[in-house]
Design a protein around this ligand. Sequence first.
Ligand code: 5GP
Length: 193
Amino acid sequence: MKLLEDRIRRDGTVREGNVLKVDRFLNHQMDIELFQEIGREFKRRFAGEEINKILTIEASGIGIACVAAEFFHVPVVFAKKSKTKNIAGDVYTAQVESFTHGGVYEIIVSKEFLGEGDKVLLIDDFLANGKALEGLAKLIKDSGAELVGAGVVIEKGFQRGGEAIRRMGIRLESLAIVESMDCGTGEIIFRPQ
Ligand code: 5GP
């Protein structure tokens, strides 16, 4: 998606440790007009698919998922990051290894909001090692819902997540795929799509 690639080149900064900072427009300050174009593009790519729910993960997936949901006319459910061990039987849970913060956290979704008959599209801001998407996919599997596909705004193609998710047989649509980036020069190269 050229508009997005141009914006990443203009306003993104490359940090050490393979971190791309895009908080001027994507995950801190949010450019809602850009989000509209992102939502429209997700809808275009998943046109023809039956989807009745979008699932994302807090916090930075929520804004993107909500704007996308306006194009799909479906509700958004976000997985909560839980600090306390959840032993109650009324939630689905998965463990997720954090790329940005290190360590492992638990994500939960109430059984009330995900279950058999649901056809779910996953949405997130970044795909790095794929742990967040894998955790969300596990919640869907445990719930008996159907995973239609996953849409991410930025995939870092030089990390293992994209390959891992595609190998799981999940249809993955990434709006921009960073092939390489250099924190010294600030250069970002995108994979042609
Ligand atoms: P994964 O689980 O695929 O390793 O990482 C995905 C999660 O880590 C995303 O939800 C995102 O919040 C965060 N993340 C991964 N890489 C980056 C990055 O380069 N920049 C930012 N801002 N967040 C990232």
